[in-house]
Design a protein around this ligand. Sequence first.
Ligand SMILES: *Cc1c(COP(=O)(O)O)cnc(C)c1O
Length: 322
Amino acid sequence: MCLFHITLLNNLKTVTYFYNKKNLFHDPIHNQTINIPNSSIEITIKREDLIHPFISGNKFRKLKYNIQQAKVDQSKSILTFGGAFSNHIAAVAFAGKEQGIDTIGIIRGEELALKKELNPTLQFAKSCGMRLKFISREDYRKKTSHEFLDSLRAEFEGFYLLPEGGTNNLAVKGCEEILQSKDSKFNYICCAVGTGGTISGLINASKDYQKILGFPALKGDFLQEDICKFANQDNWELITDYHFGGYGKIKPELISFINTFYKDHDIPLDPIYTGKMLYGIFDLIRLGYFPLGSKILAIHTGGLQGVAGVNAMLKRKKSPFN
Ligand SMILES: *Cc1c(COP(=O)(O)O)cnc(C)c1O
């Protein structure tokens, strides 16, 4: 593969972020309509990625009410779970630092503890004061079991528990605030899906004439059920053809799409979530999925903090793709 591909967004321009320390959950997010030549279909990107370089997009939304609740509960800390490149881990670490709450990250992969250097995501989390505990993949699978949580409670007492990806009722409530009244003109609302919290919030906040399309970043049928737990309307659908082989899996055509999209529209995408969603939207337009004149709102859920880590990993592996 040619090396060009692994230059994935290495030359990002300086951008202005809308983060505001006093008001951790700032709300000036703008919609940016992009021009698609020779098409009657309009795509508008909601730039939630512009909240902050590290706690961007939906992770911010998902934390808002959870942090408030952790404060009300007078929890000693917030404990949560994530993989090595997790946007959620980075967001919790930063928000905890800003809001004066200790944070504990339970990280998948015990081998990471032996590495000489942490990857940029974990370095960032650590620099925010997050305590990191590395566990085996086998233990990680038990992360919702009572026994495992009890053992964590014995080790770190008095924490506020946030599930992997931060998805719970309060997270969904926060994600309901992504949509604003001006967004009622769109026919379609699209987002990337990981654990389903974000799409659930969008569904609950949508008008019944709008259709919510979720693009899962991973394989598996469990999402449908998870979303049903939180969603209170049925105007949604999962488009399962654009996971590119599974969570964190990357293919050359995805990376060239992301690089071209950045060149054409000046909007950086990440290869884990938002790149796959927009690739999917463009492909569906090509296939004639959307009626002429459709107005699509695509939520840029952020995630750009992970790009540096993915680039470093691709470089280390020498062969850029798996
Ligand atoms: C976590 C994440 C998602 C997935 O959100 P869920 O609520 O878990 O479905 C989508 N996009 C980005 C950039 C993310 O970091």
